[in-house]
Design a protein around this ligand. Structure first.
Ligand code: DGL
Length: 264
């Protein structure tokens, strides 16, 4: 256990690594602790009560690891548990995810935007509130890509089958005139190169992770653990540590990712 200040992040699996990458870039001198709840992945189809219980357990774990700020690097967990976590741990700052509807709605020229997210996120109150607030004057198409989370979990971000799956989701949106695509699941940014290859400049893809990283920098105490250098991250999974290490190394293009299994 470290005795220095750390930032905790969690997700159902490897998706939150897209947020970790942005936070590490924004705060290179801070130590990060990442928890992947892969035993329970995917969160998307699970009831909100179960996701709240897992999020609480993981937050306690991260706090025991001396994390002073927690980034809920998962849209589905943010939708189900963010308000609950803030009420339950009032002294811990939480940063959550939500789909970039506001920037998509203000940037669209066609008046048609798409939000891609899990079922849990799209059916949650947080999403309907944000939509009602920021996207009253535009058409919003919501899509739940059924196999993208599982593909990214396997590290399958570049196979012909993944390209076909992305094409099947993106083509109909382009044909309907959508010109802004907001990613509302932290797994999806790893598919941005494929999405952009399919979109071919006809739509902009919006990933909120950089905005979340800037918000984390605003909230994080200014006393980093170490002098500036490459951000240091420690990884835990409730699933298979070797498999997490294999996929994380591919997604983040890192060598020798050290991962611990945690049975919380
Ligand atoms: N990465 C997640 C999200 O942002 C969760 C995907 C899942 O477990 O279904 O929603």
């Amino acid at each position: 256990m470290s005795d220095t200040f750390q930032i905790g992040l969690f997700d159902s699996g490897v998706g939150g690594l897209s947020v970790l990458r942005a936070v590490a870039h924004e705060l290179p001198a801070h130590d990060l602790v990442y928890f992947a709840d892969q035993k329970y992945c995917p969160y998307g189809p699970r009831p909100a009560s179960e996701i709240r219980a897992r999020s609480t357990r993981i937050t306690e774990f991260l706090m025991a690891e001396q994390c002073e700020v927690v980034v809920v690097a998962c849209n589905t967990a943010s939708a189900a548990a963010l308000a609950y976590l803030r009420a339950r741990f009032p002294h811990t700052p939480f940063i959550g995810m939500e789909p970039a509807i506001k920037p998509a709605a203000s940037a669209t020229r066609s008046g048609k935007i798409a939000v891609l997210a899990t079922r849990g996120t799209l059916e949650g109150k947080l999403f309907s509130r944000t939509r009602a607030h920021y996207a009253r004057d535009v058409q919003v198409q919501t899509v739940y890509p059924t196999d993208w989370v599982e593909r990214v979990e396997r590290g399958d971000i570049d196979s012909p089958e993944t390209l076909a799956s992305v094409r099947a989701v993106i083509e109909p949106l382009l044909e309907a005139g959508v010109d802004e695509i907001a990613l509302g699941c932290t797994h999806y940014p790893f598919l941005i190169p494929v999405i952009q290859a399919v979109a071919g400049g006809r739509a902009t893809v919006l990933d909120p992770s950089e905005a979340v990283a800037r918000q984390t920098a605003r909230v994080a105490p200014r006393h980093p653990a170490r002098q500036a250098g490459a951000a240091h991250a420690q990884f835990y999974t409730s699933g298979d540590a070797n498999e997490f290490a294999r996929v994380a190394s591919k997604l983040l293009q890192m060598q020798n990712t050290l991962v611990f299994r945690s049975d919380i």
